[in-house]
Design a protein around this ligand. Sequence first.
Ligand SMILES: Nc1ncnc2c1ncn2[C@@H]1O[C@H](COP(=O)(O)OP(=O)(O)OP(=O)(O)O)[C@@H](O)[C@H]1O
Length: 314
Amino acid sequence: MSQENLLEIKELTKYFKVKKEKLTAVDNISLSIKKGQCLGIVGESGCGKSTLVKMIVGSLKPSGGTIRLEGIEYLNLKGKEKRDFWRNIQMVFQDPISSFPPRMKIGNYLAEPRLNYDKIKKKDAISQAKELLEMVGLKKDFINRYPHELSGGQLQRVAIARAISVSPKLLICDEATGALDVTIQNKIVELIDKLIHKEKISCIFIGHDLAVVGSISDNVAVMYLGRIVEYMNSQMLEKNPLHPYTKALREAAFDVYCNQEDELKVLEGDPPSPLNIGEGCAFAKRCSFAKEQCFKERPQLKEVEKGHFVACFI
Ligand SMILES: Nc1ncnc2c1ncn2[C@@H]1O[C@H](COP(=O)(O)OP(=O)(O)OP(=O)(O)O)[C@@H](O)[C@H]1O
């Protein structure tokens, strides 16, 4: 294990049994995240993003492969070690309101993780809650409010504050801005960006919008039907994406990368069923460059320049 890597995922796979058939949701994925870096994961609905995250946070058991944080295969931990471990990985979800207990004041909600993990005094936890609120750009007196008294964007700030309250090593944002309108979305992305750098937290930022994901991430993995089809840093994503699928996503993300006057190109067709991916490249049927080989053989992820990996024969 490299000294610098915080998270290492090796050959991770998840199958589901659907009516006696095997559905491949995550197919042999290997990834690593360095300390303090943000990895973006992008792909259309159904490509396996949530399944991948559920395995990282221990809510789904992998069918194969390993996940290590600082070298520890943490999914096998038991008892106190397991309890203590989980503060290291915190999540922010898409829908802020559903993750809040409606009758719990914001102050108590923010104080709860420190009370549980560190057994600090309630008075100290509430005072830290006020600091956390200020850190995420909210007023201290929000501690006395209930979730329904806050907007979606404000609630998402509180969710982020709670996630960082226990000084995690890895913050996972699963479509964390997806339910917010665009101006609020940008502010939340800026906030996450500022906090992960200030607190030196590594981050996995998941979304279906390449522009949003690219704007916060150091490296981006593009997923298609359970596999990574391209992995590169955000400069390569902006200047030289190579996989036809990444290019199509990039063109669709016109607001950041393209001239707003350009015609918006939409990716046509649906991905094939994960029950029946077939032999060839899973993207071949939607790819305007596909040649005979693409329908017969599965392209493997290969390094084409330093740090830039692509699974494509073209
Ligand atoms: N519990 C399950 N049982 C059977 N199939 C599942 C299960 N969970 C997910 N899947 C299937 O696995 C594939 C990947 O789903 P997943 O939710 O990981 O995709 P996603 O990229 O997160 O999509 P979205 O952006 O819509 O959340 C899909 O085909 C989905 O239908």
